[in-house]
Design a protein around this ligand. Structure first.
Ligand SMILES: C[S@@+](CC[C@H](N)C(=O)[O-])C[C@H]1O[C@@H](n2cnc3c(N)ncnc32)[C@H](O)[C@@H]1O
Length: 311
């Protein structure tokens, strides 16, 4: 089991390297990712475009969530890895009530280490009133918290969220990018049920694999298995419907889902044209296949977020 956990944790290194590469090539701006990932490794144009669509697609829903509630909200990033959203939000002038990141202690301890020794990262956290409290795996500042926890352990998740000063009655955005698929179906179900029950008004953005029942999906599964990584809840990634059902069966009021072909098509045309000029794409077909096998699913609790959409 320890081996399987390590393989899952290592997926963060891969995701971070991919983001770092795409940022360096100019797909989007992120002055912070290189502070967590000093190494530059060239990725294929398909991967870079995939990460662009993912970052912009998720960003589009974050913007809509914030248009609804303003800054009086909190964001909880589940399996956050080395994600830099907290710093990027700050730079965009949005100062929300609370931002909490959860991941395995092995991952959060590395993130805490990077933050501790980097003035640029630390200053943005310090800019809030109050001090920064750090342990080897957790960090607590005025409106930013990182906590080490196994998302399969709901009791521990609750304890850690309370330590992170989360308020269960404040509008809350949950983000999970390529995380739930690594967790067994029953445990995802328990987590989603607990979140739906505990938070009064919330919106969930889940980015991960879809259409995994076909040949392309099989190859993806084999590649991950070869790296020791089981996609433990791949059954929820069969189709957009199974993705939505997971929310509907866990007490969420509604859910919508789109594959990344649809999401990419909804991004501003000028932005797409700009990034399509960055690198020559040899095989358009491969990119389309890749986009067909990832999706964004949103779920909501309460009426505030039900009209959030891709139009
Ligand atoms: C593919 S990475 C994605 C990281 C980040 N969300 C991103 O998009 O860059 C998956 C992350 O989920 C975390 N994760 C998976 N299962 C988890 C669990 N049971 N508890 C806590 N974190 C988990 C891993 O440690 C890893 O950091």
């Amino acid at each position: 089991m320890a081996g399987a956990n390590e393989a899952v944790q290592a997926t963060n290194d891969d995701a971070s390297l991919c983001k770092r590469c795409a940022v360096q090539l100019g797909y989007w701006d992120d002055p912070y990712i290189s502070l967590f990932v000093p190494k530059y490794e060239r990725k294929t144009p398909e991967i870079n475009r995939g990460y662009y669509a993912r970052t912009k697609g998720v960003g589009m829903f974050i913007d809509q969530f914030m248009e609804k509630v303003g800054e009086n909200c909190q964001i909880v990033n589940l399996g956050s890895g080395f994600d830099t959203l907290y710093w990027r939000l700050k730079d965009s002038g949005r100062n929300i009530v609370n931002f909490v990141e959860l991941d395995f202690p092995n991952v959060t301890s590395r993130k805490c280490y990077f933050i501790k020794r980097n003035k640029i990262l630390l200053d943005k956290i310090h800019a809030e009133d109050g001090e920064v409290r750090l342990s080897s795996t957790d960090l607590h500042a005025a409106n930013y918290h990182i906590v080490g926890v196994d998302l399969r352990n709901i009791v521990e998740v609750e304890t850690k969220l309370v330590e992170a000063e989360i308020k269960f009655d404040l509008p809350t955005l949950f983000i999970a990018e390529c995380v739930l698929i690594y967790i067994e179906t029953i445990q995802v179900q328990r987590l989603l049920t607990w979140l739906a029950k505990t938070f009064k008004s919330s919106f969930f953005i889940n980015y991960e694999q879809v259409n995994m029942g076909d040949k392309f999906g099989d190859v993806m599964l084999q590649n991950l298995r070869a790296r020791g990584c089981l996609l433990a809840s791949v059954d929820a990634s069969k189709s957009l419907d199974t993705q939505k059902d997971r929310f509907l069966q866990s007490g969420w009021d509604g859910a919508k889902a789109w594959d990344m072909v649809q999401i990419y098509g909804m991004l501003p045309a000028a932005d797409r044209q700009r990034i399509e000029r960055i690198e020559f794409l040899d095989e358009q077909e491969l990119l389309v296949q890749l986009f067909q096998h990832y999706c964004i699913v949103v779920g909501w609790k309460g009426d505030t977020f039900k009209d959030i959409d891709i139009t």
